[in-house]
Design a binder for this molecule. Structure first.
Ligand code: DC
Length: 440
């Protein structure tokens, strides 16, 4: 599978790493800090008291060296030859040594090989000096950030003072000027702005403003274009339901505006997923039970045309939440049936807690509840074929705003939110029964 790579290049203290981290979290992808690779080598040498920076020595030393990253969420801990170097990476002595050894070919090859190898394992946002130009020339989105030397020095001074480091503006300015010179004047892979990179001067913008601008660019590339085949399936389904059923959607404007996000619905019939496809379109992604999909041949065939995020009944797969965030940020509606199975009598069953876990983990601000009415009598579980020429009424609610993620993910918060979500669907069911069911 081809992975998604975003690169950010730029001089020291231009805001690369702060922005890369923010975007990594928002997109649910990993952050790859190439500067930390150089710093890891430097930190190891400093910690072990190795003073030599000689090219021949480093070249043979790196031949048997190993760099390992252990991810905790989007961020990594760094191990060089099994010594954890993470705590030493931000030391100024390490930064200067990193900048110095980064001039050497063997060091650059070692780092670049490691970066490329790791990037094969998933989607990444990587920052550095030569990532868009040299390491990932085929990256999906490239950025080049810069800012005036003075404003970068101000930021770095503040950052260091917050970390309790005793420094001054003049000292930081001089350090940055020196590093700029080393990074952009070296012969091998100097800091350059790739032609196809999106350029941002961050001097007079806040981090949030730059982040938004970058996000717009990423979304343009990130958003999936569904195949023509899937689009035709959705058109076909819409015609099918309109032709063979009295198919009515109330509140369609809410689903039209809710282009990407978590959608949940009641589940009484095999038709439910197909109805949601007609409503939400060809980019729809379903969360489905691995057990159900595996055991039902017919469901397997139908779902093979549409992307699924499969969940195990017992545990959430490792990357489950990140897949959910990525799906939503790709501009896709993500659909879940929170009852976890089709209802045998048409009523809304208790909700599994999975939906709440998705909302809390992915910090979603709103979800869209949909009630599908009338289909239970048309094609309930256990019936081989559906009946035709009956009414199907879909009620799309206003999106439900979620607040209080910050209160944590304790059991009480989960139960409360799960009940709230179910209550909203019950209200729609009530409205359906009072207004539409009696007219079938
Ligand atoms: O981004 P940083 O300050 O953590 O990087 C530390 C040093 O590593 C920097 O002075 C230059 C070097 N570096 C590089 O040469 N190429 C990269 N892609 C990233 C960093």
């Amino acid at each position: 599978m081809a992975h998604f790579i975003i690169t950010i290049d730029g001089p020291s203290a231009s805001g690369k790493s702060t922005l890369a981290k923010k975007i990594a979290q928002r997109l649910g992808i990993n952050y790859l800090d190439s500067g930390a690779f150089y710093r890891s080598i430097a930190a190891f040498l400093v910690e072990k008291g190795v003073a030599s920076e000689d090219e021949t020595f480093l070249s043979s030393f790196l031949q048997s060296a190993k760099l390992k990253l252990v991810y905790e969420g989007s961020f990594a801990r760094y191990y060089f030859n099994d010594l954890e170097v993470t705590p030493f990476l931000r030391k100024e002595l390490v930064a200067m040594k990193a900048s110095f050894i980064a001039k050497q070919k063997s060091v650059r090859n070692f780092v670049n090989n490691n970066l490329q190898e790791i990037s094969n394992k998933g989607d990444f946002i990587a920052d550095g000096r030569d990532l868009g130009s040299k390491v990932f020339p085929l990256a999906d989105v490239k950025f080049f950030l810069t800012a005036t030397l003075e404003s970068r020095a101000k930021r770095r001074e503040l950052e260091q003072k917050t970390m309790g480091i005793d420094t001054s503006f003049e000292k930081v300015l001089e350090q940055l000027r020196l590093r700029d010179e080393q990074d952009s004047k070296r012969k091998i892979d100097p800091l350059v702005r790739p032609d196809d990179a999106f350029f941002i001067d961050t001097t007079s913008y806040t981090t949030d403003e730059v982040c938004e601008e970058m996000f717009i660019e990423i979304k343009k590339k990130f958003s999936v274009q569904p195949s023509l085949f899937r689009t035709w399936i959705c058109v076909f389904l819409k015609s099918f339901f309109s032709l063979f059923y009295g198919f009515k959607v109330m509140g369609e404007e809410f689903s039209r505006k809710f282009l990407s996000g978590l959608v949940y619905a009641n589940h009484t019939s095999f038709y439910d997923a197909l109805i949601l496809l007609t409503l939400l379109g060809p980019k729809t992604v379903f969360v489905a039970s691995e057990r159900v999909v595996r055991k039902n041949f017919f469901i397997r065939i139908v779902t093979s045309f549409f992307p699924l995020i499969l969940v195990d009944d017992q545990n959430m797969p490792k990357d489950f939440f990140r897949l959910c965030i990525k799906t939503i940020h790709k501009g896709c509606p993500l659909v879940i049936f929170p009852e976890g199975m089709r209802s045998l009598d048409g009523t809304i069953l208790p909700f599994k807690v999975g939906i709440t876990s998705i909302i809390l983990h992915c910090k979603l601000k709103e979800v869209l509840p949909i009630y599908i009415g009338g289909v239970y009598s048309i094609w309930p579980k256990g019936k081989w074929f559906p009946s035709f020429f009956k009414k199907i009424t879909v009620l799309v609610s206003k999106p439900l705003h979620i607040s209080g993620h910050e209160k944590g993910e304790g059991k009480e918060a989960r139960v409360k939110l799960t009940n709230q979500l179910r209550e909203r669907l019950k209200n729609l069911e009530k409205h359906f029964k009072e207004t539409y069911e009696c007219r079938i």
